[in-house]
Design a protein around this ligand. Structure first.
Ligand code: HEC
Length: 158
């Protein structure tokens, strides 16, 4: 009879343990909540425009000296009856035509500042960035006033 009572006691103890452990869930949840880290969101920088480029006079001059000077001359005056001037050239008023001349070359009769030229300029291969620099050098040198944008280049390429 004593043996049976002990057995029952054991069973009820086991039950008790089961209940205790299933109710102890609270403590467990609390620890998990503490562990959850608070991630500070880093401020996201404004996205830069795709064609962010600034005119660099030094770079523009270096490109002009390397790719244009031999014909249009250092002072941009060109050579009468051979190479038209870029200095104060009225041809530059048409930005698209001027950029196109550099990209595709130019041939046939043109009139620059009242003087006729009928010769050939071969295309001058350049990246858009180089084109931007050298054309801005032309548009801002020798008394010329003006500038060209990446949009002007895109238009000339259409
Ligand atoms: C090998 C000689 C030569 C080189 C190098 C040369 N050009 Fe020309 N360029 C000419 C000739 C010749 C013409 C006129 C073509 C014609 O008669 O149709 C011309 C015309 C032009 C014109 C239109 C007319 C004017 O005078 O405004 C522009 C703009 C121009 N060139 C820009 C450039 C630029 C910028 C470069 C350098 C990236 C360059 N050229 C390099 C020979 C050259």
């Amino acid at each position: 009879m004593k043996k049976v009572t002990l057995k029952l006691l054991g069973v009820s103890l086991a039950f008790g343990m089961f209940f205790l452990s299933s109710c102890g869930g609270n403590a467990h949840e609390a620890t998990e909540a503490q562990v959850e880290p608070t991630v500070e969101e880093a401020p996201v920088a404004e996205e830069a425009p795709v064609a962010a480029i600034e005119y660099n006079a030094e770079q523009g001059k270096a490109l002009f000296d390397a790719k244009c000077k031999v014909c249009h001359q250092e002072n941009g005056e060109g050579v009468p009856n051979a190479f038209p001037p870029l200095a104060k050239s009225d041809y530059l008023a048409d930005k698209t035509a001027s950029i196109k001349a550099t990209i595709h070359g130019l041939q046939g009769e043109i009139t620059v500042n009242g003087n006729k030229f009928n010769s050939v300029m071969a295309p001058v291969p350049m990246t858009d960035d180089e084109l931007f620099q050298v054309m801005n050098y032309v548009y801002s040198s020798w008394g010329n006033e003006g500038s060209i944008t990446m949009e002007d280049i895109a238009t000339a390429k259409m």
